[in-house]
Design a protein around this ligand. Structure first.
Ligand code: GLP
Length: 242
C-alpha cells in the first residue's frame, strides 16, 4: 500500500488527479471506476481544470460508478447519475454512452445487478478505481457485517449511513433505504485502487481499515488483500496513522 498524507487540500487533489491523468495519457481507452460522496470532488475539479488546459482527454475512456440509490428518480439532484453528470461528465469530453451507473429504478433489480456485472466483465477490468470510505468502513455501499457478496448486488443501508448522507437531502426520511453497489469482489478486481479520505472524523476508520485486522466488520480492511492500493489522506484523516 502506498499511503500519503497531505497538509494542503490542493496537493492531495493534484496528486489524485495526476494519477488519473497519467493513466489516461498512457492508456486513452482506460476504464475508470468512479465514486460519489464528498471525498473525490476536489480531484474531479482538478481533473476538469487539467482538461480545460488540454492536458488530459477522456474521449476514448469509459467509466463505471460504484453505486446508486434504489428508487430515486434518475433526474433527482441527489441520484448518483445526476451528481456525476454535474460534477464531472458534463464538464469533460467523455462519451456519456460509455459512462455506467447502476440503474436504481430497474423493475428487476437482480437482473440489473447481473447486467452491470456483465458490462464490467466485458469492458473491464477497471484500470483505476476511486473509493471514499464511510465512517463504518463501508466502500461503495458494502456495509459491515452484511453479505459482502463479491458481485454487484442490492443492499439495505445502515441507519448511520443514511444519517451521514442525509445532509444531501431535505430530511432523513428522503434518503433511500436501499442501494445497488458493486461488490467487494468486483472492486478488488480493479488493477489499481485510489482511496481518498478527508477530515479527522475519518481518522479512526482509516486506522482500522489499514492497520487493523482484515475483517468483514470493516469492509475497507479487505483492501489490504489488494496489491496496488494508493491512499491519499489529509492531515485530519491521517491522524490515527502518524
Ligand atoms: C457514500 C457512498 C460511498 C462513499 C461514502 C463516503 O455512502 N456510497 O461510495 O465512499 O459515502 O462519502 P464521503 O466521501 O462523502 O465521506
Amino acid at each position: 500500500m502506498n499511503l500519503r498524507i497531505f497538509d494542503h487540500e490542493e496537493d492531495l487533489n493534484a496528486s489524485g488527479a495526476g494519477l488519473i491523468a497519467s493513466l489516461l495519457l498512457m492508456k486513452p481507452k482506460a476504464v475508470l471506476g468512479l465514486a460519489t460522496g464528498s471525498s473525490p470532488i476536489g480531484i474531479y475539479k482538478h481533473l476538469i481544470a487539467l482538461y480545460q488546459k488540454g492536458r488530459v482527454c477522456f474521449e476514448q475512456a469509459s467509466s463505471f460508478n460504484l453505486d446508486e440509490y434504489v428508487g430515486l428518480p434518475v433526474d433527482h439532484p441527489e441520484s448518483y447519475r445526476s451528481r456525476m453528470n454535474e460534477l464531472l461528465f458534463h464538464q469533460i469530453d467523455i462519451d456519456l454512452a460509455r459512462t455506467h451507473v447502476p440503474n436504481g429504478n430497474a423493475t428487476d433489480l437482480a437482473a440489473e445487478c447481473r447486467a452491470y456485472e456483465q458490462s464490467l466483465e466485458t469492458c473491464g477490468p477497471i484500470d483505476l478505481q476511486i473509493l471514499g470510505i464511510g465512517h463504518n468502513g463501508h466502500i461503495g455501499f458494502n456495509e459491515p457485517g452484511t453479505d459482502l457478496s463479491g458481485r454487484t448486488h442490492v443492499v439495505t443501508l445502515k441507519e448511520g449511513t443514511r444519517e451521514a448522507n442525509a445532509s444531501f437531502f431535505r430530511s432523513l426520511d428522503q434518503v433511500p433505504n436501499q442501494a445497488i453497489t458493486m461488490g467487494v469482489g468486483s472492486i478488488l478486481k480493479s488493477k489499481q485502487i485510489l482511496l481518498i479520505a478527508r477530515g479527522e472524523d475519518k481518522a479512526k476508520v482509516i486506522r482500522e481499515a489499514f492497520l487493523g485486522p482484515i475483517t468483514t466488520q470493516c469492509p475497507a480492511s479487505l483492501l489490504q488483500c489488494h496489491p496496488n492500493v494508493v491512499v491519499l489522506l489529509d492531515r485530519g484523516a491521517g491522524r490515527g496513522i502518524l
